[in-house]
Design a protein around this ligand. Sequence first.
Ligand SMILES: Cc1cc2nc3c(=O)[nH]c(=O)nc-3n(C[C@H](O)[C@H](O)[C@H](O)COP(=O)(O)OP(=O)(O)OC[C@H]3O[C@@H](n4cnc5c(N)ncnc54)[C@H](O)[C@@H]3O)c2cc1C
Length: 371
Amino acid sequence: MIHDVAIVGGGICGLSIGWKLAKRGLRVLILEKGEAGHGATWAALGILFPRVGDDPRGPAFTKLCVESHRLWPTFAKEVESESGIEIDYGREGTLLPAFEAREEDQLRRQYALLRKSRVGAKWVSGKELRSLEPNMSYGVRSALFNPLVHRVDNRKLALALKKAFLVVGDFREKTSVAKIVIQGGRVIGVSAGGSTIRAHKVIIAAGAWSAGIPGLEERIRPPVRPVKGQVISVKVPEGRRLLSHVIHYADTFLVQRRDGRLLIGATVEERGFDTKVTAGAISKLLTVALAVIPDIDTLPLGEAWAGTRPGSPDGAPILGGTNVEGLVMATGHFRNGILLAPITADLVSEYVISDKLPALAQPFTMNRFSN
Ligand SMILES: Cc1cc2nc3c(=O)[nH]c(=O)nc-3n(C[C@H](O)[C@H](O)[C@H](O)COP(=O)(O)OP(=O)(O)OC[C@H]3O[C@@H](n4cnc5c(N)ncnc54)[C@H](O)[C@@H]3O)c2cc1C
């Protein structure tokens, strides 16, 4: 049997693209070396944060993020209804607290940018803050409210996507792709488990591992590297809501899941594929968390973990075709892969079906690295 599409990697990118393509009638096979969604997708915080106004990655990237953010409510509803798994998608927004006048000045500049973009940002006084987030430190003078920041339980999302995909497509876990098989300038499939699996198109969605898959010569190897992120969680007693919003302070996010876990993360470290949890990183994360929400002090620790983001040279994803016919990229999503899943699925599946890359994806092909 020849598959229409073989996808290397069963993280959020591979699963959401595979799900979309299989629903449109294509024979799709996803190959995953470990367990579905246990790469960066498992390690993430699940914050859906389109940075508007000041993203150094430029307007095309902002547009991609904003469009994906717009798709999220429908995407979440579809995944939930087709899988029967609830994914804890929330749209409460984020609060960015300021303890000092200097921090207030910085946040006021962000506020001005957000106001220009008319996203409904608000300046919140210390008094108002007590009613919005009663557990926030009394040391906080004021805060910026950004309603654009949404959240999802990324682990539940991966489980739900896998279940929804299995209804329409084929999935092989614990199956590592040993080689991309290319003949006469076109891809003919992948080699895995000692045999060649034939496919008309192959999508590289292998996250931080994308550059290391054998069979890709230099000119078609995606320039993706692992970027480590560490996270810790604490356990909030059942029925208690310690936080009603995502909190963003000192490059750290705090987010409470419906199941009571409160996540604190994440570091950004260049350490290759090392995923050791370190005392220093956990100490820094907890210091920030305790400063903002002092009640965390008495809560039991949950888990601590580290994962590797797929980082590209400019921090933006790599999407679309390559110089090899039938070989498609969907990788390099770095810190935004959960946010970008709906748009990645739409753009890449459109490209696979029509051979035309939608305009929104055109700034993100491999070609941008050729010079
Ligand atoms: C600590 C941390 C926090 C983050 N927080 C956020 C956040 O809040 N919001 C956000 O939007 N993003 C966040 N991210 C980024 C996001 O998690 C990633 O961008 C996204 O998960 C990438 O998805 P992926 O499918 O490309 O990669 P992955 O989820 O890593 O999936 C790739 C899969 O490919 C498989 N694979 C690799 N090689 C092979 C092979 N040869 N054969 C078969 N399978 C293979 C791997 O086993 C893996 O399962 C965070 C990441 C980390 C690490």
